[in-house]
Design a binder for this molecule. Structure first.
Ligand SMILES: C[S@@+](CC[C@H](N)C(=O)[O-])C[C@H]1O[C@@H](n2cnc3c(N)ncnc32)[C@H](O)[C@@H]1O
Length: 313
């Protein structure tokens, strides 16, 4: 089972190499629509970066080995260009500067850990990256650029966010909010270990489809469905959710980064029939403010506040 660390960014993390850290947490509802691009920030000079208190980002789960090897992948999912410098963390190699345009991917071989430095509105940021991992640049109007865990290094698919499971009490509330019956066909886009689709089939007897890019998670979901006795009601597909066929879906759940929800909006608008319910965990759908029918806040067993946004197509 993979790490269950929070999906929400916490600006900084622990500093030890072995300690998992950070990430950013985004403030869901409050996530303002992306603003117009600004000039790319300048990465800190080498000498200044040497003095940084390097923070380590360790991804929540093992990478999808078959696509990543030891390459480090950095993707810019924001609408702002980000300038940064990378260099071997042991100080032996040259520093490389790069400007990553919106939507672009930087992938480079990493025999060992790598330091990355960039400017954000909170000042110069320094992180230690680990071989084989993937990372995302996001951008918030208040804080500027931030570096986050990614989920995979594939260039042919969107990275909608790393695997962080929804706590059971939140799953329960999301399903209640979706007003499911046994007539529904329910989809979870980026389904992780399949828990939401499986719970929907168990509680409401509805058919369900889970889609995840990670084939290992899809396998795990199938095993979990067998164990839960609902395999005949559910189906798990390995693939990119941004290219999903949602034919027949009457309800959809999302627990993805704010940018990812926004990227999926055209698909939901095109494929879902009027009346379909869309329930999001922690981050709403930018541009759908007028469609929101309800929002719920609850504190789950992990002691954190969770937000649920309900929309009707
Ligand atoms: C935050 S987890 C949510 C898991 C599950 N829905 C839940 O709430 O417990 C996001 C999931 O999206 C998956 N993912 C990332 N990019 C994807 C893509 N392009 N297509 C499908 N799944 C993707 C990740 O593998 C991860 O399992």
């Amino acid at each position: 089972m993979r790490s269950t660390r929070g999906f929400r960014p916490q600006a900084a993390g622990r500093r030890a190499r072995a300690a998992p850290i950070v990430l950013l947490a985004l403030l869901a509802a409050g996530c303002a629509a992306a603003a117009a691009p600004t000039a790319a920030p300048t990465a800190a000079p080498r000498a200044e970066r040497r003095a940084l208190d390097w923070k380590t980002i360790i991804p929540p789960g093992p990478p999808m080995e078959q696509v990543q090897g030891t390459d480090i992948t950095i993707r810019n999912i924001s609408t702002h260009a980000v300038a940064y410098s990378v260099e071997p963390a042991d100080g032996t190699g040259a520093s490389r500067r790069h400007v990553l345009e919106p939507g672009a991917i930087d992938r480079f071989p990493a025999p060992g850990d790598v330091h990355i430095g960039f400017e954000s509105k909170k000042g110069t940021q320094g992180y230690r990256l680990v071989p084989g991992a993937s990372y995302l640049f996001r951008y918030e109007e208040r804080d500027g650029a931030s570096l986050n865990e990614g989920s995979h290094g594939r260039a042919d698919a969107a990275d909608l966010g790393p695997f962080v499971p929804t706590p059971p009490e939140v799953v329960e509330k999301m399903l209640e909010a979706a007003e499911l019956t046994d007539k529904d066909v329910f989809f979870d886009l980026g389904c992780g270990d399949g828990r939401i689709v499986i719970a929907a089939a168990q509680r409401y007897g509805c058919r369900g489809v889970g889609i995840d890019l990670d084939p290992k998670l899809v396998e795990e979901s199938r095993r979990n469905a067998e164990r839960a006795g609902v395999a005949r009601l559910v189906e798990f597909r390995a693939g990119d959710a941004t290219k999903a066929d949602l034919t027949g879906a009457t309800a959809v759940t999302l627990y993805l980064l704010p940018e990812s929800n926004e990227a999926l909006r055209p698909l939901l608008e095109k494929q879902l029939a009027p009346g379909a319910r869309i329930v999001c965990h922690d981050y709403g759908i930018r541009g759908w403010e007028g469609r929101e029918t309800r929002s719920i806040t609850l504190v789950a067993g992990d002691g954190k506040k969770h937000y649920i946004y309900v929309y009707r197509r």
